[in-house]
Design a protein around this ligand. Sequence first.
Ligand code: GDP
Length: 294
Amino acid sequence: MFESLSDKLQAVFDKLASKGKLSESDVNTALREVRLALLEADVNFKVVKEFIDRIRARAVGAEVMNSLTPAQQVVKIVHEELIELLGKPVPLDLSGPPPHVIMLVGLQGAGKTTMAAKLALRLRKSGQRPLLVAADIYRPAAIQQLEILGKQIDVPVHSEGTDVPAATIAKNAVRLAREKAYTTVILDTAGRLQIDEQMMQELEQVRMVTRPAEILLVVDAMTGQEAVHVAEGFNQRVPLTGLIMTKIDGDARGGAALSVRYVTGVPIKFLGTGEKLADLEPFQPDRLASRILG
Ligand code: GDP
């Protein structure tokens, strides 16, 4: 999804490299072009400003410009600052006593149900005994979808239909996990097309009765800066421990992936890279930075 941004950045760096020795104005011109490329990729403007300021502070100066390979030095600085911006990788916290509850939240269509199954598959492969929980009581189709996915990966799905409150289903699932020695409980909660009060109250109740080790917001990377607003909205009501960006394989401009951690302070934990259940990557800032820089 970073192709267009990568191409533009590559063009800026190629131009720099062709100059040999660099003047301050060469670097400033390049940084202006980098700034434009980021804004066009829908990166939040505050993030872009901070990012460019940090690069300029390091790149404009005798040390870089008098070096033998100034353009390479500038690219290196951009790469390092990109990693800094994306934040450190923070693994899932499954350190407490099991069962560990992982609560997935997010808007409808973000890829929550798919992600629940992707995480279950990953955890099962790492030796955990996951239990999937259909806590979206408003959409029978979502319950059915989770049951189908659970069968595909051989992970049990706890559901109680659409008439029982989500918090009760979640609480029952945790009790079942204790009884049957499941080590992780993955809650697929209800999403709406946009944030609403009823959804938030329900999520607060589910959180209260299950005390999740992780509350992960699933955001669709294709929604651009809207993803940042959604993350802020959820984080105000249910304190998020991590973000999962889905549809990273899409052809969106990539800005959300770059700004959402910086704006919310919540670490990105996983990337969804396709529709298949194996299409899940733990977030690695250096890898993502390299992908962006091409
Ligand atoms: P939910 O409403 O949040 O539970 O979303 P779903 O899990 O039902 O996913 C919505 C659509 O997005 C489905 O068609 C999924 O196959 C698709 N989807 C989910 N994750 C990804 C991803 O990482 N990449 C792509 N390309 N599609 C995805």
